[in-house]
Design a protein around this ligand. Sequence first.
Ligand code: FA5
Length: 353
Amino acid sequence: MLYLQAMEYKDPEIAKVAKTLRDKYKKLEDKRAILRTPEIGALYERIKTLPAGKVRAEFGREVNELKAELEQLVRKSRTSNIEHRTSIDVTAPFDVNTPLDERPQLLTADQGSRHPLTAEQEIILDIFSRMGFTAVESLELDDDYHMFGSLNFPPDHPARDDYDSFVTDEGLIAPAHTSTMQNRVLKQYKSNLESDQPIAVVIPGRTFRNEDVDTTHEHTLYQLEGIYVDKGIHAGHLMATLKAFLEEYYEKQIEIKTQPFYFPFTEPSFEFAISCPFCGRAGCQICKQTGWIELLGCGLIHPNVLKEAGVDPAQYTGFAWGLGTMRLVMMKYGIEDIRHFQSGNLKFLRQFS
Ligand code: FA5
């Protein structure tokens, strides 16, 4: 299934060709052939026959838009079925075809220990499970629709640039946040609403950003997405849920600060910070002299995001958040540099085993 919004063209000739080509595309086995059809060639020829000026420029622009729409369709055809592909075990530390006696000797399990992030994630999920949330794992390779389109990012909107993500040659995306799972989860659990049950899901995941790495920023980071939808849900429920979770996790009362923010997929949106445990809010290098550490982004799910997943925004409202798991754990143990987690430094890791 392809999730693309068909463009509308003002020029009647282009609109007609667009319709013909969309119909043709559905029947084609080799989807790339749509880019070589005579209809599109004829439109480019037609540009040359128009008088120079506004009419020609407008016609040319729409022909280019149609070409871009078709190219996007082709790209999507390659990526739209990724959920159905067989997964590859990328954790195997050797080529699985290597004969048994030539494989590297592995350390016995009793010489290793769980990574602190894995252990903490279990604690986090246990708290949310007790709060009524189901856990769903996120994907580590996704597509443009789930990264942007399903999340109310208009095409070519500058907000897309805020997520400087990694993209494969085939157009697959290493997700920059766990929000890529929102549309899937809403679709998967919307039947709850019909039986008067809320949608209450948390989604732990590994995400990737082309980031300038420093004490609080990693290029490969862990997030925990949360989604809650029901009738009559408002920002008070969001704040109460997060505060209840944080106080359970830190086992003490904590100071939080929220301020308005912008995300295309929530309205209103907030940035949520907790007081810096390293300096007690006096200001230090880790909190960049602000006294606060940004922990998560959140807000009320935008009606367009609900609608896109088939949930009626006139009946239901909901909230969502994306929590930086590594920062949460840093605050708990006073870890002053996020880079320790993925450094492989045994001195650091053994403190948690
Ligand atoms: C997001 O990623 C939004 N998807 C969050 C969201 C979800 C908003 C649902 C509304 C609804 P942001 O880019 O601010 O937002 O990242 C969220 C959190 O991830 C940050 O507060 C921070 O704790 C963590 N984070 C972001 N970038 C990094 C990084 N480079 N290294 C470590 N943690 C990071």
